[in-house]
Design a protein around this ligand. Structure first.
Ligand SMILES: [Zn+2]
Length: 197
């Protein structure tokens, strides 16, 4: 979990998936005259190692290699593409599912009996990338809990922030309706006005 996941009340069981997907910030809207700067928390292998360390996912198992870093970026790309689909589409979009399945393949899991926890999933990898297996574990657990469908990507193409939908009917489309929702509605209104002329 992180400050961001706490602030937006993301369940702890999905906090790493949420943070990992949002390490890529592609927001480029203008708010109060200032354009939001795009950024990537995972600029290279070292940043990935630091990111895992900050979340207690680090392993004392050597350094993150460039190949491991590529594996991590592929997982993030496939995860973001999956979250961009509406929940109903996620179950039938074979391209998106296939890409996520391929991207998860390097993160095999095992069932581990652990004191105080019972039998839980844990990483089968033992190298520097093992900690990222927590993404696979959280996706699995959230599927069982039914909370994965509530993790969505903002429908605004200027935003694409991943958010957790806490609304009762689970129909939210924007990370913040006051910002992204209004911006999209204003634009749709202007477009309609233009077409009507
Ligand atoms: Zn948004």
């Amino acid at each position: 979990m992180s400050k961001e996941s706490r602030k937006f009340k993301v369940p702890d069981a999905l906090a790493n998936v949420y943070d990992f997907a949002n390490t890529q910030d592609v927001r480029h809207f203008t708010h109060f005259g200032v354009e939001h700067p795009q950024s990537d928390e995972l600029g290279g292998p070292k940043q990935l190692a630091d990111w895992m360390q900050e979340r207690g996912l680090g392993r004392d198992a050597g350094r993150v290699t460039p190949a491991m870093f590529e594996t991590a970026l592929r997982l993030r790309e496939a995860l973001r593409a999956y979250l961009q689909c509406e929940p109903a589409e996620r179950r039938r979009n074979k391209d998106v599912l296939g890409a996520l399945d391929d991207a998860l393949a390097p993160f095999p899991l095992r069932v581990e009996a652990r004191a105080g926890r019972g039998a839980i999933l844990s990483a089968a990898r033992v190298d520097a990338l093992a900690g990222l297996s927590t993404i696979a574990i959280e996706l699995h657990d959230a599927t069982l809990l039914g909370t994965l469908d509530r993790l969505k990507m903002c429908a605004s193409e200027e935003c694409r922030r991943v958010f957790f939908d806490r609304s009762k009917p689970s129909t939210r489309r924007w990370c913040m309706s006051t910002l992204c929702g209004n911006r999209m509605k204003t634009r749709a209104y202007r477009e309609r006005q233009r077409e009507a002329k």
